[in-house]
Design a protein around this ligand. Structure first.
Ligand code: 0WD
Length: 256
């Protein structure tokens, strides 16, 4: 069923109430899941704790986890193991690129900028899967967030598009590794949503306008739509699906 009663999910990447991770958290919570939140740095501790405690019911565990740091990842999942023992999945909603590199020609990307965005936006999923696997003894579902710019050229998305291409390939390899353990790995490719990260993408408003005018559903994507798809992917209703990239984008990706 679509109920997530009795299941525990880790949600990584809430920055504020506009975060896609927060949309996913609300949907998972409404479906009955127990949640654990991880955040990037001290700067976000209070806002994530405040958001977590705004959910009805028992207090959620909220832990720091900078995904560029292996020790942080290990400590974080050790603390989760201590608290709950078993988890049934996680939502990886993390990305970063230097703002200066999200405009103009892709070929101006620096080596440092390239490696930074690959590290935070792509490798982190692999690092987290390896550690989370040991807590997923009952099988489960891992979800990551991607964008159309990983499949084709989207103006200004540049270095992040290349990171998303690498993330999408990782989803397939990870799905193959983890399938034998009853763990599924999928991506949601969301249409553009106005969040903190989206602020870094140059000319974001015209991207939103284009979707409203041309996408089959003639409207933009919401956090709630992404969240509800995450519930489907987390639940056993999607038990036959792994290594997939589901577009939640008003159908925009089918257009030439
Ligand atoms: O249009 C959009 N907003 C779309 C976003 C369309 C399609 C996909 N996505 C993806 C993003 O690329 C990302 O993978 O969804 C995911 C979530 O992004 P978001 O909700 O748009 O953005 P935001 O609310 O800013 O959350 C991203 C978070 C960071 O926020 P800040 O603003 O602090 O950079 O990623 C986290 C952090 O919380 N993050 C990290 N977490 C752990 N360790 C790290 C890190 N080193 N760096 C960033």
């Amino acid at each position: 069923s679509l109920s997530l009663q009795g299941k525990t999910y880790v949600v990584m990447g809430v920055a504020n109430k506009r975060s896609i991770a927060w949309g996913i958290a609300r949907s998972l919570h409404n479906a009955g899941a127990k949640l654990i939140f991880t955040y990037a740095g001290e700067r976000l501790e209070k806002s994530v704790k405040d958001l977590a405690s705004s959910l009805e019911g028992e207090e959620s565990l909220v832990l720091p986890c900078d995904v560029t740091n292996d020790e942080d990842i290990e400590k974080c999942f050790a603390a989760i193991k201590e608290e709950v023992g078993v988890i049934h999945g996680l939502a990886h909603c993390i990305a970063f690129a230097n703002k200066e590199e999200l405009v103009g020609d892709y070929m101006n990307t620096t080596r440092e900028g390239f490696l930074l965005s690959q590290n935070i936006s792509s490798y982190s999923l692999t690092a987290v899967c390896k550690v989370a696997k040991d807590l997923m003894t009952e099988g489960g579902s891992i979800i990551s967030m991607t964008y159309l710019g990983g499949e084709r050229v989207v103006a200004n998305y540049n270095v992040m598009g290349v990171a998303k291409a690498s993330l999408e390939a990782s989803v397939k390899y990870l799905a193959n590794d983890l399938g034998k353990h009853g763990i599924r790995v999928n991506a949601i490719s969301a249409g553009p949503i106005r969040t903190l990260s989206a602020k870094g993408v140059s000319d974001f408003n015209s991207i939103l306008k284009e979707i409203e005018e041309r996408a089959p559903l003639r409207r933009n994507t919401t956090q709630e739509e992404v969240g509800d798809t995450a519930v489907f992917l987390a639940s056993d209703m999607s038990r036959g699906i792994t290594g997939e990239n589901i577009h939640v984008d008003s159908g925009y990706h089918i257009l030439g």
